[in-house]
Design a protein around this ligand. Sequence first.
Ligand code: SD4
Length: 319
Amino acid sequence: PASLPLVINTWHFENATAAAWSALQAGSSPLDAAQAGCTRCEQEQCDGSVGFGGSPDERGETTLDAMIMNGDTMEVGAVANLRRVKNAVGVARAVMDYTDHTFLVGESASVFAEDMGFKSEDLTTNRSRDIFSQWLSQKCQPNYRKNVFPDPSMSCGPYTPKAKLHSGPRRKPGLIDLRSHDTIGMIVIGQNGQVAAATSTNGATNKVPGRVGDSPVAGAGAYADSSAGGAAATGSGDIMMRFLPSYLAVEMMRAGASPSAACKTAITRIKERYPDFFGALICANTTGGYGAACNKRPGFTEFPFMVSNAQTNGPVLQK
Ligand code: SD4
């Protein structure tokens, strides 16, 4: 049942929910609470898919994508392909608070972060080194590129390889085995219906360097508008970002849809074109109603997410 305030986030990232909830209890704004929740996941390396030491790209480097949005002012701060800095959502917040810009990327985003006083450190860990060397040892060409895959029947890394353009039917692109790749997306609704949203992820394993997913893109990875609601996504960002599902869901809620129906409409819109995509969306409205929808994930029939509101007074797992 709806009640305010509300924290809702993707997956079973309970400590992130708890961090955002206790920030709210201590009087933080929804925006600060959303940042606190995502920061917690970055520190804990939630599922290996948030923060440092996960999803090495095809050169072995971990880079981070994050965004934060204030639904009162419609301000957004975002970073993508962030190198060397662990607190990606903190850097996104610094973009919002200390620049007139919305989105900084790559090496320049890292230099900005370092100038702002964020610690510069190696994001590589033994785990990311292992993932990378395992992938290298399969002796495949980078399978994210059109035309260069040497043998369409060869499968390496967690991606379905793309067939060579001229050697038979093209396979469905971008299907990522996301069994262990789980972005945090969080929506926080304040006591008076103020909406904030944030995301943080290390993206997709073995990605082509420079690849940016949906998570840092406003309207794709998350969206917040205090006159309608908030939404946040997880899943195959390469596909999902083509549909701006978070924006669509918020607009559905503005038009009167329930959060569950809004989530479902946005997921269905993608499914109509990519029946096998993996992805999920969480939605919340300004009165504290919430819901979620997902498309299939091998081995999973439901999409877990966390909720904390005035009634639960702490994190509760929902499916
Ligand atoms: C991305 N959407 O970079 C992210 C990955 C993810 O669950 O959410 N995995 O495409």
